[in-house]
Design a protein around this ligand. Structure first.
Ligand SMILES: [Ca+2]
Length: 252
């Protein structure tokens, strides 16, 4: 299936099943690329600051189809999202071999330069989900036992209206509902990063879906945020939805 067809199908499926929001903003099952190819330059994927190696398409493991994305030590693979309004559900499946060593990260950035070296944009890390050795998965002081040699799902519920997040690992909450960002309240990019000593991790079936309640812009969630004294600056209550690929202007 062509990349265009894959995107169209993903959008249609989510639109038919979600019943709210705007559907899939990003989806990748890594089955449309050549086995062994680097993912950078394909499907919107890039590398951190445009340098270094990215993950590689692999047939060694797959949650869907026959392929997944293999991340090894030193890989720093980035998918741009650039959302600054709404409520989102981020999901990715991970396969961690039982001999995994080191730290592998699923990172969501609240700010990231749209152009390397560009002015007016800085980096701001939101959740940094760490897959540590073959033992645990950790974020912000919370920890769960790691499941190895099996596909598991990492889900992050992201509320950019109320600046909240909830991470779920394989159906179990990883910590409680906590602040999404201490800086810009936006979702800029996904960063799949293995530190230099970390061994292979496989990822598949990545999706970012708009689950914004239909009435959120009309006021209910906005009123709740205002009543709670939220310092969230975007979106303005009652304001029309912004373009989905708007830029993130970082303030820190
Ligand atoms: Ca796949």
């Amino acid at each position: 299936m062509s990349t265009v067809s894959r995107w169209c199908l993903a959008f249609l499926l989510v639109a038919l099943t979600s019943g709210h929001g705007m559907g899939a903003a990003f989806f990748d099952n890594f089955d449309a690329y050549a086995d062994g190819s680097e993912v950078k330059g394909q499907g919107g994927w890039v590398t951190w600051d445009g340098t270094g190696p990215s993950g590689v398409i692999s047939t060694a493991q797959a949650a869907s189809g026959s392929q997944s994305l293999l991340i090894v030590g030193g890989n720093d693979t980035v998918a741009p999202f650039y959302k600054n309004v709404g409520v989102w559900e981020f999901k990715i499946k991970a396969f961690v071999p039982s001999d995994h060593v080191g730290s592998s990260f699923v990172i969501l950035m609240a700010a990231y330069p749209q152009t390397a070296g560009g002015s007016g944009h800085t980096y701001y890390w939101a959740p940094q989900i760490e897959i540590k050795d073959a033992a645990t998965i950790n974020e912000g002081g919370a920890s769960l036992p790691l499941v190895t040699d099996a596909w598991t799902e990492i889900k992050v519920a992201i509320d950019l209206v109320q600046n909240k997040k909830q991470i779920t690992y394989n159906g179990t909450a990883l910590g409680g509902e906590t602040t999404w960002s201490g800086g810009p309240v936006a979702l800029a990019v996904l960063d799949l990063y293995n530190d230099g000593a970390a061994s292979a991790v496989y990822y598949d079936d990545l999706s970012l879906t708009d689950v914004t309640p239909a009435d959120s812009m009309a006021g209910r969630r906005c009123r709740a945020a205002s009543a709670a004294g939220s310092t969230t600056s975007t979106p303005r209550c009652g304001a029309p939805r912004r373009p989905s690929m708007g830029s993130t202007t970082a303030s820190s």
